[in-house]
Design a protein around this ligand. Structure first.
Ligand code: UD1
Length: 417
């Protein structure tokens, strides 16, 4: 198992290129199941979650070929309709094959995701939405089976703007008969990327704010297409915080700042000096003041940046308040940050960070993807050596993070032991 060894404190400089978005790529890959003609995706990030989705699609019969920076998906012959326990427990986004499989193959069997490190994460909103489109849902032996000879368009009101449910339902509705209207949808940029991808192939989908309208098109009528996913806004936010926490000047290339408005606004409000371009963000040394923020669905402050923000708050003199509103148990990084010297008090879903304490390098353990990013960020301001264990969590979602940080000047090495 790999660990990172980071010698701090670090000072960064230079430019970092963000990879293509993991959370865009995963649903777009799942939606290639809607095609019987080849789909080409460009510059996919080399991440464990992407490799897992490839493995799942191959199990379903998809032929995947890599040609340079292009990945070609041929779903002309599907042979299996099941996302097994093995796959779903490795990556919960495996449930995203349910909508496309159901609408194309008339059935899908998916292992029910159980709890995970950051909370319960059920799929009830996905299932009740599919029922509204006419699917029959049954459970047996830890698996959920959805079937329907022909999905029929309908109005669906989501009780919460779940990202995964919005994606699964809009993919299912692409071949449903007639018009579907999904209300209270998630509005994350990754959803718009999925919609743009499907529309370029011939789907008829329109989002206006929190409603998505889908006019069903004939089954298997989507045309071959080449698409490049959008840049990863969560990776970009993580590097933005890396610049601020180390009081450095760095440029982050390959992301549209508009996707990160809530993060940039909060940081600017706290005194961050940030310059924006169409496709890049530059951060400069800044004296920061404490903040008070709660996570929310897009366009609110992303839960996927909460852990990194807590790491930043440990550096800022005074009390910062961070409330987690999306996941029930997403503070696994807190005890690890405390081992590095951070002063943080948890009160339910509120973290109160007394910043400005001296941070000292320590051995710490990754528990989930974004918690791991917080530990790496904290290690950048610790005196001395930090050893970060179980970095397979970080490899799920940050392409070449050790190489990218090294290029920015961090003393970081990956050790296999
Ligand atoms: C996606 C992102 C993840 C991000 C999350 C919230 C991907 C691959 N992952 O995850 O990085 O942290 O959005 O921005 O894009 N819920 C239910 N019932 C459901 C579905 C969700 O109760 O049927 C609850 C979840 O338990 C959670 C909340 O809704 O508390 C948000 O979940 P959701 O938006 O669905 O997140 P994911 O799509 O799993």
């Amino acid at each position: 198992m790999d660990k990172f060894v980071i010698n701090g404190p670090a000072k960064l400089s230079g430019t970092v290129e963000v990879s293509k978005s993991k959370n865009s790529t995963l649903p777009i890959m799942a939606s290639t199941l809607l095609f019987d003609k080849p789909v080409t995706l460009k510059n996919l990030p080399e991440l464990r979650d992407i490799a897992t989705m490839k493995k799942l699609l191959e199990k379903l019969g998809v032929k995947i070929e890599q040609r340079g920076s292009e990945t070609i998906f041929d779903s002309s012959e599907l042979t299996f309709c099941e996302a097994t326990y093995e796959m779903v427990k490795t990556m919960r986004a495996s449930v995203l094959v349910m909508g496309p499989l159901l609408t194309r193959e008339k059935r899908a069997v998916v292992s029910l995701p159980g709890g995970c490190a950051i909370g319960a994460r059920p799929i009830d909103i996905h299932l009740s939405g599919l029922e509204k489109l006419g699917a029959k849902v049954s459970m047996h032996g830890g698996y959920v089976k959805v079937t329907s000879d022909q999905l029929i368009g309908n109005k669906i009101v989501l009780p919460f703007p779940s990202v995964g449910a919005t994606e699964n339902l809009l993919m299912a509705a692409v071949y449903a008969k007639g018009l579907s209207a999904i209300e209270n949808v998630a509005q994350e940029p990754e959803i718009d990327d999925l919609i743009d991808f499907l529309n370029s192939a011939g789907a008829k989908i329109e989002r206006s704010r929190s409603t998505i309208m889908i006019e069903g098109v004939p089954p298997l009528s989507l045309k071959p297409i080449v698409h490049t996913p959008i840049g990863d806004r969560i990776e970009a936010a993580t590097y933005l915080i890396a610049g601020l926490i180390t009081n450095s000047s760095i440029k982050i290339n390959g992301v549209r700042p508009i996707y990160l408005e809530a993060v940039i606004e909060l940081l600017k409000g706290a005194g961050a000096k940030i310059d924006l371009d169409d496709n890049s963000i530059t951060v400069h040394p800044s004296k920061l003041t404490p903040f008070n923020v709660e996570t929310a669905p897009f366009p609110g402050f992303p839960t996927d940046v909460q852990a990194q923000l807590i790491a930043l708050a440990t550096k800022i003199q005074g009390s910062s308040f961070i409330t987690e509103k999306i996941f029930e148990n997403r503070f696994m990084h807190v005890p690890e940050l405390q081992r590095m010297g951070a002063k943080i008090v948890l009160k339910g879903n509120l973290a109160v960070v007394e910043g400005g304490e001296k941070m000292v390098g320590a051995p710490v353990m990754c528990t989930d993807l974004r918690a791991s990013a917080a530990l790496v960020l904290a290690a950048l301001i610790c005196e001395g050596k930090s050893e970060i264990y179980r970095v397979y969590h970080i490899d799920r979602g940050y392409e070449l993070i050790d190489q990218k940080l090294r290029q920015l000047g961090v003393d970081i090495s990956r050790v296999n032991e």
